[in-house]
Every structure is written in C-alpha cells, then in structure tokens.
Design a protein around this ligand. Structure first.
Ligand SMILES: O=C(O)CCC(=O)C(=O)O
Length: 260
C-alpha cells in the first residue's frame, strides 16, 4: 500500500454547506476546516471570560486533566438513562450564558452559522421532550484517549429526537498550544472485537487497523474543525499553551440537531 492510501483528506472551506457535511458524514473526506469560523477577537473575549468559569472535570470519570463550561451528555449516562444532575447542570449553565456571559452570544452566533449551512431547521436535540445542552467550552490540553462518540449507542434505552443518521463533532478553537494538540481521526468505526482493546473510557492504540485512513488536524484559533464522531479519534497532548474549544455534536437529518 502506498502512504497516500492511508491519508484521509482534510478539506478547507470558506463556509459549511449541506454537500460538504454529507460528504464528511459518508467518510468521503476525513475532516473539514473552516478558517475564521469565529473572529479571533471574539475568541479572545470568549476565552477571557470563559477562564473564570472553567471547571475541572470529575477526575474519577475522566483520568486526564481537562476543564469545561457545560455538561457533556456522555458523562451523565447512568444505567437507566441520563442522571438528574445533567439537567440541573444544563439549567445552571444555560442561565450563566443568558446572564453573566450574555454579551458574548456565542450560541446565537454558532446557531446562525449552522443555519446558513443546512437545508432544514437547526435546533437542540431532545431526550424525553427536554432540550439537551449544546455548546460546551472545553479545555483539552493534555489530550484524550482514542475513542468514538455515537449518541445512538450511548443513550441506554432512551431515544434522541430527531434521531440523526450521522453524528459530526464540531470544535471551534479559542486557544491552541504552540506545539501538539492535533486532532487525529481514523476512518474506522467500532467493531465488536474492539472491546478487547478498551482502557477506561477509550481504547489502546492497537485498536486501530494499519489500513485505516488517517488525518491529523492542527488546530488554529478561530477555525472550525468537523469530523465524523463515530470514527475513532483522539487529541494529542499540547505543549506551551492551552487548547480550548467551543464544541458541539451536530446530528444530521432533515433537521440538524445539536448537543454536547
Ligand atoms: O477537541 C477536539 O479536537 C476533538 C475532541 C473530541 O474528542 C470530540 O469532540 O469528541
């Protein structure tokens, strides 16, 4: 096999559109980059105010250092669904964005840009009739384990409305390290045998098949990076500087559904 066969393409676009999102969802490319999705000045403001509210993840659940504003749904999954703490944390953070952080209106701006990029309505996904929180500010400076995200697998016994046929990860970078901090995506989905490679909330590197196409995405401030979240992916540790992103999952269907 030539080296090129293992490279998944990273496509740079002036803006998102339904065709680009659908091609990404079908693994026609490895990732999309939209430079300047958020203005750099806006990223600086968001970061400055956001730092105050960044909180540590629960280290028992998440064994690498990381900070965030807002609940990530997959941290609140319990045996029979979503824990009540998810909803109280979501309410608290929605209140925070509509009071102290209101002037930043980052959710409105992101919603506007996504609405321009899709042919149908764009709204928060719902579970049991309740809108999920979307638009987390998250620091991942020390990297992650290799993992995949698929809400249709994670939501034990509950269903997400609308049920997406594809789940994309959207990360808009507010701060990036001088070195490292790349997102790495393999065009490879979970398979039953993969569970023998599991460690904690992720997988050992040997879960990746040598033939799986790979792309390595260097983050830049203001850029939106999108990839297919159902594919295996990881974040490399960063050096000199924090890696903070505004982040949401984008579910594709007639309606575009958002959650974090
Ligand atoms: O921050 C990133 O580049 C990707 C983070 C991640 O693992 C995800 O969005 O699922």
């Amino acid at each position: 096999m030539r080296t090129d066969d293992r490279m998944a393409q990273i496509v740079t676009l002036g803006g998102l559109d339904p065709e680009a999102l659908t091609t990404l969802a079908r693994d026609g490319v490895g990732a999309l980059r939209v430079p300047g999705f958020f203005d750099e000045k806006f990223c600086e403001q968001l970061l400055a105010v956001g730092h105050e509210f960044l909180e540590r993840y629960d280290r028992d659940q998440y064994p690498v250092v990381a900070c965030k504003i807002g609940p990530a749904l997959n941290e609140y999954m319990v045996k029979d669904g979503i824990s009540p703490q998810y909803w109280s944390e979501a309410d608290r953070v929605v209140h925070l964005w509509s009071t102290e952080l209101r002037h930043l209106a980052v959710h409105d701006e992101c919603h506007r840009l996504l609405t321009e990029s899709w042919s149908g309505p764009v709204r928060a996904a719902r579970v049991s009739g309740r809108p999920l929180f979307w638009g987390i500010v998250r620091e991942i400076s020390e990297g992650t384990l290799i993992h995949w995200d698929d809400v249709t697998q994670e939501l034990q016994g509950l269903s997400i409305d609308p049920r997406p046929w594809a789940q994309l990860a959207l990360n808009v970078f507010l701060s990036v390290p001088e070195q490292g901090g790349e997102a790495v995506v393999w065009l490879q989905r979970w398979a039953v045998g993969d569970e023998s490679h599991r460690i904690s909330f992720g997988y050992r590197p040997d879960v990746i098949r040598p033939s799986s196409p790979i792309c390595t995405i260097v983050p830049h401030v203001g850029d939106a990076i999108l990839f297919n979240a159902r594919n295996y992916h990881t974040v490399n540790p960063g050096h000199s500087g924090r890696r903070v992103a505004f982040s949401a999952f984008v579910g594709l269907g007639d309606e575009m559904a958002l959650w974090s």
